[in-house]
Structures are given as C-alpha cells and as structure tokens.
Design a protein around this ligand. Structure first.
Ligand code: ATP
Length: 240
C-alpha cells in the first residue's frame, strides 16, 4: 500500500479559541478518495479548512507526505500541493470557461508556460470544458460549473484536492455526473478528500469513509467494509 499523501492525526480545530472538532484522524492515499461524511454542522468544513490552513490546528497534527504542515500558512500549503474547492464556489459567470481556468492558475501563482499544459490536462479530463471553452461560464449547467470550479483548483497542479460538498445545490441526476468526475480524478493519481452530505453518492466513489458527528468521529473504515449505506446512515444520524 502506498504512503499516505495526507495524514490527519488527533486533530482539534475550530474558530479562534472555540473548539468544534476533537480528536479526528484519517488518511488520504494517492489515487484514492477519502469521504468525510456527516450531517449539517458535524464539523466537516471546519476540518477541511484546518487542512487548508484557514483554521488553526488547535491540537494534533496535519501531515502532508509525512511532513508536519500544522503551522504552515495557507498560501504555502497551496504551493506544497493542496488544492481546495469551497462549497458553492462560484465561477465568474460572465467570463469564458477558459478565462475562469486561467484565473484559477494566476490566483495560484502558476507560471505562463505551465498554464497551457495545465489547461490541456484539464480539457483532457473534462472534454466538455474544452467544447465550451469560449462560452461564458454562466451558460454551463450546474454540474459543468462544478467541473469548472474543480478545474480552477486543478490549475494549481495539486496532489491533494479538498472538495467541499460538490453535490450541493445540484439535481440528483447531475450529482452522478460530478461523482464520475471525481472518479476520473482518482485515475490521475490525485488524492481527494471529499466532504459530502450525499452519502450514497460519496460512498460510490470513496475508498475510505469517515463519519463525523458533533465534531467527533463516529465511524471510519474502508468503503468496502462499510458498503452498507444504512449502517453509515445510522452513524450519521446518531442511531448507531
Ligand atoms: P455543513 O454541511 O453545514 O457545511 P459541516 O459538517 O461542514 O456542516 P461546519 O461548517 O464545519 O459543519 O460546522 C461545525 C460547527 O462549527 C457548527 O456548530 C457551526 O455552527 C460552527 N461554525 C461554523 N463556522 C463558524 C464560524 N465562522 N465561527 C464560529 N463557529 C462556526
């Protein structure tokens, strides 16, 4: 088994001095998806923000390829290979699809030469974005806009992608499309931490599953062990 890309160890985090997450541990391996599940307010986004460097690590540690990055500022974590797509991330609707991708690259400090290669890789992954490259992003479907938001993060050439509820606000039929994109991302060797409330959809692409409730882990294991979605839901709704 390969070495973890990301290891979260006994993480405690929150907002300022307020603690909302306690003793959370899990790994993300290269080419795999770890799904972080749980109901509203469980602490999923807070955990993701601590990994990205947007919330302080109050206790425990965050390791990237074995190096402790718990105190590293957010912009350096991007350079170290962490990409993030925030929940309900909006694209610039009047700008073209390609302009949105390029802006994603500029924002992450990618050099002019690498921008073209990064663009080509994203178009290969999401051919629909190439087809719609010169259309305003606002003309894309909800699912395609989510692919574009993922594409913007990929412009920074991350090894680890933090995806916060990519299914939020999408019709159930479109959620499948977005999860198919996540499946493709795995095949490029990227490690993905997928925060979701849509349990079935997330478990379908996940290799590892961690369920949080009220800031603590209530269940974790490999997706094949936890393939009974009802058991996950019991933990999720505190029925276990
Ligand atoms: P959701 O699906 O609603 O995003 P979540 O599992 O991601 O849920 P978090 O957003 O991590 O949950 O919230 C965890 C707890 O932290 C909640 O009790 C929430 O009220 C609190 N919280 C979130 N943002 C802040 C903030 N900026 N300041 C203080 N507390 C916050």
């Amino acid at each position: 088994m390969s070495e973890p890309l990301l290891s979260v160890r006994n993480l405690a985090t929150g907002y300022g001095d307020l603690r909302v997450v306690w003793d959370v541990s899990f790994d993300v391996l290269p080419g795999q998806v770890t799904a972080l599940l749980g109901r509203n307010g469980a602490g999923k986004t807070t955990t993701l923000r601590a990994i990205a460097g947007l919330n302080k690590v109050q206790g425990g540690s965050v390791l990237l390829r074995g190096s402790d990055i718990s105190g590293t500022p957010a912009h350096k974590r991007i350079r170290a290979g962490i990409g993030m797509v925030q929940e309900n991330k909006r694209v610039f609707k009047r700008r073209t699809v390609e302009a949105n991708l390029l802006l994603g690259g500029y924002a992450r400090g990618v050099g002019r030469k690498s921008l073209r290669t990064a663009l080509d890789e994203i178009y290969e992954l999401f051919p629909v974005l190439r087809t719609r490259a010169s259309n305003p992003a606002g003309q894309l479907s909800g699912g395609q806009q989510q692919m574009l938001a993922i594409g913007q993060a990929l412009m920074g050439k991350p090894d680890l992608l933090l995806l916060d509820e990519p299914s939020a606000g999408l019709a159930p039929a479109i959620v499948g499309e977005v999860m198919a994109s996540v499946q493709q991302l795995k095949q490029t060797g990227l490690g993905v931490l997928l925060v979701e409330q849509a349990v079935e959809a997330a478990v379908g692409v996940a290799d590892q599953v961690t369920v949080l409730d009220i800031g603590r882990i209530v269940m974790s294991g490999s997706a094949s062990e936890l393939d009974d979605v009802e058991i996950i839901k019991d933990a999720y709704f505190g029925r276990a």
